[in-house]
Design a binder for this molecule. Structure first.
Ligand code: 5RP
Length: 302
């Protein structure tokens, strides 16, 4: 086995990577179509995105909050910048009139009934993503997982297909149950995903040294939400992530499992696009909830 170099420590997190002529990190030398799709997902005004992740059914079935996507998620569409979903939900539930950019889950295989989840394959042709007018596709990459090589190869095949048609690929750092979730792991995983060509990376927030994860990744990072937290904690995590260099979030459960998803996504939007502090965003969440201005809540009441 070749001797591994020790990891560096010169991240210069305070020095922004230059992207002359385009607003998004590492994307300035891409083709027009790729840039155009990225500019639909990431708001050029803030350089950030609030993606709403609802792809969970691809291995978990009708999980909490996603039992009826037509009732719980469709009313949230106006409040997100992009939806991350499967092509099955897109075709069957999401109104084609929606002007929102759609990023499609492109990997699949094992369900939650299996112990080993890393045994995924590409689960969608790039041709279908184009047919569906997708703004991007997303794929799990299991760095350190049992099927690491296969999942990396899945991603590179998808990237090659994406480059041919101008479709950005979001590589998702998928962490095995017993693996350590720290900055060192995410630096490694995000960097491998970016080096192998993904146009952006979805990864988890870590309390320590997250800025080294974003600084050492040459393409944008969107923060994954993870398990449901109290609203203030989720807003704090999103705030810290964007302040430490993330180009937004791709959050699911912390939005759709909230007592008031509509109010929560509005608060996340304020944190991500307006740098509103967590305490103020939480106040906003509470006041929207109190005013009952949430269409989702109203739909549930009627
Ligand atoms: C896991 C995924 C999920 O399918 C989903 O998008 C996660 O969203 P959240 O953790 O915010 O509920 O990509 O890696």
């Amino acid at each position: 086995m070749p001797e591994a170099d020790t990891e560096g420590n010169r991240y210069y997190a305070d020095q922004v990577q230059k992207t002359p002529g385009f607003f998004l990190k590492g994307s300035h030398q891409l083709d027009w179509g790729m840039k155009n799709r990225l500019a639909r997902v990431f708001d050029p005004r803030s350089g950030r995105t609030v993606m709403l992740a609802v792809d969970h059914g691809y291995f978990q079935g009708p999980t909490t909050g996603l039992e009826r996507i037509d009732l719980s998620i469709v009313p949230l569409l106006p409040s997100c910048d992009a939806l991350f979903c499967t092509r099955g939900i897109l075709r069957s539930v999401i109104p084609a009139e929606s002007g929102k950019p759609m990023v499609l889950r492109a990997s699949g295989g094992p369900s939650i009934l299996r112990e080993e989840l890393s045994d995924e394959q590409i689960a969608m042709d790039m041709e279908d993503a184009v047919r569906l007018n997708a703004a991007g596709v997303g794929i799990q990459v299991f760095i350190g997982g049992e099927f690491e090589t296969r999942s990396v190869h899945n991603m590179t095949k998808l990237i090659d297909a994406g480059v041919r048609v101008g479709m950005p690929v979001m590589g998702v750092t998928a962490v095995g149950k017993n693996m350590v979730r720290d900055a060192k792991y995410f630096r490694l995983a995000c960097r491998i995903i970016a080096e192998l060509g993904a146009q952006y990376v979805k990864t988890y927030y870590v309390d320590e040294d997250f800025e080294t994860v974003t600084a050492s990744c040459p393409v944008p990072i969107v923060m994954a939400g993870g398990k449901k937290l109290a609203e203030l904690d989720a807003l704090t995590m999103a705030y810290n992530a964007v302040q430490q260099g993330a180009a937004g979030v791709d959050m699911g459960r912390n939005i759709f499992q909230s007592d008031d998803p509509k109010a929560m996504i509005a608060a996340v939007h304020a944190v991500v696009h307006k740098n509103v502090r967590p305490a103020d965003a939480f106040e906003m969440f509470q006041s929207l909830t109190a005013k009952g201005r949430s269409p989702t809540k109203e739909a549930c009441r009627s």
